[in-house]
Design a protein around this ligand. Structure first.
Ligand code: URA
Length: 447
């Protein structure tokens, strides 16, 4: 099939046939040769899809073709090798301070699930789970399959990157979209996420669709449209999925930055210090949906209790420690995580007194990136030490000079720039607090 003719169809607003979609996906994943589409053709197709949209049927076909562009894992076939429990996973559309995966994977494992959590790196202003885990010395995000299996067997969870044969069409298309302003398409995001999740052989999925100043979807209606698309396409393809739309108008927890977030996750798991209420709420809500959807608990309420029990008993912390040790990280991560510490730490004084009325969370994420905690170019090396801690929440009441956050930086100059960026990201105002917004805004299911 002539690629230019397929692109022309979508450019002119036609609905693509399954055969046309297959030709596109084959052209993405094919090795160099006559069947392979050039980057320019793939980019033109991505732009045509972004501008013209796709029907639910086309989106489902695209997701399905991309799922089967590489290996599709089947955990039930591994049962003989000691894996028990349904394979469950959650996926977030990305936020700032979103360290939920670090706690949720071991909590689910402690409740009987098998959690092969295929995670990604930071994108734009958002942090990536793999970058966070690499703050632990020795942690292998790309283990060989035997080590992955061994980790799942002993810990019940393994947070790792996608191997190169998992949804290779998405891998190539995603890299092209990233540099051609074609990320923000509901059809392309749906197909991208679900192709990787279906190829990972899951029994059930929960999606955390973030909305707010620190999310890719700033408007509620955009987040809802994406959540509906994900749930509809996944469910039709036989992957039971629930989406929670959750608030990202403030940092989740109190830290943003790789080592700092791992330290917060360890404190959360072990119960050392206070667990941030919003972080706990969203973690329990996502986990409860999954345990219920995967058939491990009779109701979401019962699942919530089981997850809380996994924290209180220390069993989730124990699973996390086993996972880290199996994947090459510190053998006693709960006591001695070996996280590097930034040489410069500076409190950010509030320029005036008042109540925190608004936070530009994207700007806080970009401040972490500018400190070296994320990438400006794909080849950049991330500095695990840098970021923000003790980040204030919405509605906190502060006196002038009280800290909005603490900057962790590699140098005094970098710290000074971050202090200014954090000050600019906070709006302090007089007057009474608004009613606190819940962290879980909406539940979207197929039913
Ligand atoms: N995450 C993905 O995996 N794909 C997208 O397209 C967007 C976010």
């Amino acid at each position: 099939m002539n690629p230019a003719e397929v692109i022309r169809s979508k450019r002119d607003g036609q609905t693509l046939s399954r055969a046309q979609i297959d030709a596109f996906v084959h052209g993405l994943a094919a090795a160099d040769g006559p069947g392979r589409w050039a980057d320019s053709q793939a980019a033109a197709m991505a732009m045509a899809i972004l501008l013209r949209g796709m029907s639910a049927r086309e989106t489902a076909d695209l997701a399905d073709a991309m799922t089967h562009s590489g290996t599709v894992l089947d955990w039930s076939a591994e049962t003989g090798s000691g894996l028990h429990g349904p394979a469950l996973d959650k996926h977030s559309t990305g936020g700032v301070g979103d360290k939920v995966s670090l706690m949720l994977a071991p909590m689910l494992a402690a409740c009987g699930a098998v959690v092969p959590m295929i995670s990604g790196r930071g994108l734009a202003h958002t942090g990536g789970t793999l970058d966070k885990l690499e703050a632990l010395p020795g942690y292998r995000v790309n283990p060989p399959h035997t080590q992955l299996l061994q980790t799942l067997r002993t810990a019940g969870c393994a947070i790792v990157g996608a191997s190169s044969d998992l949804a290779p069409a998405d891998r190539r298309l995603y890299a092209i979209r990233d540099v051609t302003a074609t990320v923000e398409s509901v059809a392309l995001i749906t197909a991208s996420i679900l192709s990787k999740k279906r190829a990972a052989g899951l029994r059930a999925l929960v999606m955390d669709v973030k909305v707010g100043s620190g999310a890719f979807a700033a408007r509620l209606e955009d987040a809802q449209a994406l959540a509906h698309s994900l749930v509809q396409v996944a469910t039709q393809a036989g992957l039971p999925t629930v989406a929670l739309v959750t608030d990202m108008n403030q940092v989740l927890g109190t830290t943003a930055g790789n080592a700092l977030e791992v330290a917060e996750a360890i404190a959360f798991l072990t119960g050392r210090g206070t667990r941030d209420a919003r972080l706990l709420d969203v973690t329990l809500a996502l986990g409860a949906e999954l345990l219920h959807l995967g058939g491990l608990q009779p109701s979401a309420a019962a699942a919530r209790l089981a997850l809380q029990q996994s924290l209180d008993s220390g069993s989730a912390a124990e699973r996390f420690a086993r996972m880290v040790a199996e994947l090459g990280g510190p053998v006693d991560v709960l006591q001695a995580p070996g996280l590097a510490v930034a040489p410069v730490q500076r409190p950010v004084p509030a320029p005036r007194g008042g109540r925190v009325a608004a936070i530009d969370v994207r700007a806080l994420g970009l401040a972490v990136v500018a400190l070296g905690g994320g990438r400006l170019h794909p080849a950049d090396v991330v500095d695990p030490r840098v970021g923000l801690s003790a980040v204030q929440a919405l509605d906190a009441v502060l006196a002038a000079g009280e800290p909005l956050a603490v900057v962790h930086a590699a140098s005094a100059d970098a710290a000074a720039a971050a202090v200014a960026a954090v000050q600019a990201a906070f709006t302090l105002a007089d007057g009474p607090a608004a009613a606190a917004a819940p962290v879980v805004l909406q539940r979207i299911s197929a039913g």
